[in-house]
Design a protein around this ligand. Structure first.
Ligand code: SME
Length: 203
């Protein structure tokens, strides 16, 4: 099978439950044997995005998914080794998410997660360590609009369990052109995808 074929969705898959089971299985195969987070997050965003667009519930013109990708806590990004030392180290006590691998149009590079200054759906999901599903982004206080065409959004935290403690790594974020684009079944499916991605990489 070509790597690109992992994002195909057979016509026999009709329900969302079957769709998310299929995507989970395809992603598990695609990530098998590779532990680098840059590589795996890039392939994960592409597989999920393209599979969604190939599934009628999400690929239809005005109700299509229009962004799928990752934001990562800046501490996860390694410091430069070959050129200048990290020029833009954050002042003590400040935190932010950086744009990671994604599919879709260009998006905001930074999301402030400093407690008291944080804003937006990604920061809220990251800080609370819980999935946030937003039916209408225009009614969500603090929503950061990277694309004015987006109407709904779901953000799933990436949390690594290390020696009994939970370390938040970042978030998986999806946007949709339709209001109410994501439902409870999508949330269950994406929570499982986020767990798979976290467990498939070395951090
Ligand atoms: N809407 C997000 C920002 C990221 S973009 O949707 C890709 C937020 O409010 O955090």
């Amino acid at each position: 099978m070509h790597h690109s074929d992992t994002s195909l969705v057979p016509d026999s898959i009709q329900t969302k439950a079957d769709f998310w089971r299929h995507v989970h299985g395809q992603l598990a195969s695609l990530l098998d044997g590779q532990r680098d987070w840059v590589t795996n997050l890039a392939n994960a965003s592409s597989l999920v995005y393209n599979a969604l667009l190939a599934f009628p519930a999400f690929g239809n013109g005005s109700s299509a998914v229009n962004w799928c990708g990752f934001y990562l806590d800046s501490s996860v990004f390694p410091a430069p080794k070959l050129s200048s030392p990290r020029a833009a180290a954050l002042p003590e006590g400040q935190h932010r998410l950086l744009l990671g691998p994604f599919c879709g149009k260009p998006a905001c590079q930074f999301i402030n997660t400093t407690p008291g200054k944080a804003r937006g759906v990604c920061a809220d999901a990251f800080l609370a360590r819980r999935t946030v599903r937003v039916s209408d982004v225009n009614a969500y206080p603090g929503h950061i609009a990277c694309d004015g065409e987006t109407n709904s959004e779901i953000v799933v935290p990436l949390v690594l369990q290390v020696g009994g403690s939970a370390v938040p790594l970042g978030v998986l974020d999806l946007d949709c052109l339709a209001v109410g684009g994501f439902d409870e079944e999508d949330q269950v499916g994406l929570d499982r995808i986020a767990d798979l991605v976290v467990g498939a990489c070395d951090w």
